[in-house]
Design a protein around this ligand. Structure first.
Ligand code: FES
Length: 267
């Protein structure tokens, strides 16, 4: 048998034989993700214009304490430290933020886009040794499953918000009637997109699938597992659509509450 020696050269950082624009996706990820983080942080600090009529911004839901009629337990509590700024968003926004940051898909995307490790598939990395996520701090990413439990609870409140967004109270008569405004559609679509993202989570797939990677222990594939797997195949698309739409939902409620936009009634 004849053999041929092939020398494998170690390339420097960023070197590749790829001819496509491999950096474009990373640039887009960096831009969209950064814009979302900056906007959502700014919106969370505002503490006002987050509700209008039956609408409540998803960044502020559930509103545990707050000044709007949606608040579950009334206004800002007296025990809140005077030195700390207060916004109803501070109490809950960390959970969906943590869920996104620890998401298996986003991890792969922002490791490439934010610290180029690796810059892309088949593109040289900045360091020689692969440390993975088995040591601090990245081992903390395993907390993802617990964020999943929390965002499911929040999602149930968002479903309730979408339902409430269909009931409008007449300021003159005080009568509440069914109706559909543009905001109703915005908040309902938000729930659908977030549901598509969350129900396609890798952790959920493992949770309900159990030993499907152990043939001897594998249960029969059930409809729930197949459904989650189906959503999981489009996880990246659900992730970005739900991210953009949840941000837009806050913008919509905010601008309507500020009187910049008019909420058109369809029904
Ligand atoms: Fe993306 Fe769980 S893996 S949400």
């Amino acid at each position: 048998m004849s053999t041929t020696g092939v020398s494998l050269k170690t390339s420097g950082f960023g070197q590749t034989q790829r001819r496509d624009a491999w950096w474009a996706q990373q640039l887009l990820t960096f831009g969209v993700f950064s814009a979302f983080v900056v906007y959502s942080t700014w919106a969370a600090f505002q503490g006002e214009f987050y509700a209008w009529g039956p609408y409540l911004s998803p960044f502020y839901s559930p509103e545990i304490f707050g000044s709007s009629s949606h608040a579950l337990f009334g206004p800002k509590p007296v025990w809140w430290p005077a030195l700390l700024p207060f916004s109803p968003a501070f109490i809950i926004l960390w959970a969906p933020a943590g869920f996104r940051i620890t998401c298996y898909y986003y991890r792969g995307a922002y490791y490439k886009a934010f610290w180029a490790d690796p810059p892309s598939c088949s593109v040289s990395e900045p360091r020689k040794k692969y440390r993975g996520e088995q040591s601090f701090p990245l081992i903390m990413q395993n907390i993802h499953r617990y964020f999943l439990y929390l965002v499911f609870i929040i999602w149930i409140f968002l479903v309730q918000d979408a339902w409430k967004a269909m009931w409008f109270t007449d300021a003159a008569t005080g009568e509440t009637t069914f109706g559909i405004g543009v905001g109703t559609i915005v908040l309902t679509l938000n729930v659908v997109l977030l549901g598509g993202y969350q129900f396609g989570c890798h952790s959920l797939r493992h949770l309900i699938g159990g030993y499907l990677d152990h043939l001897s222990k594998a249960p029969v594939r059930h409809a729930g597992y197949n459904c989650v797997s189906c959503l999981n195949r489009g996880h990246m698309t659900w992730a970005w659509m739900s991210l953009v739409w949840v941000g837009f939902s806050d913008i919509y409620v905010r601008l309507v509450a500020m009187g910049v936009w008019t909420d058109w009634r369809i029904l």
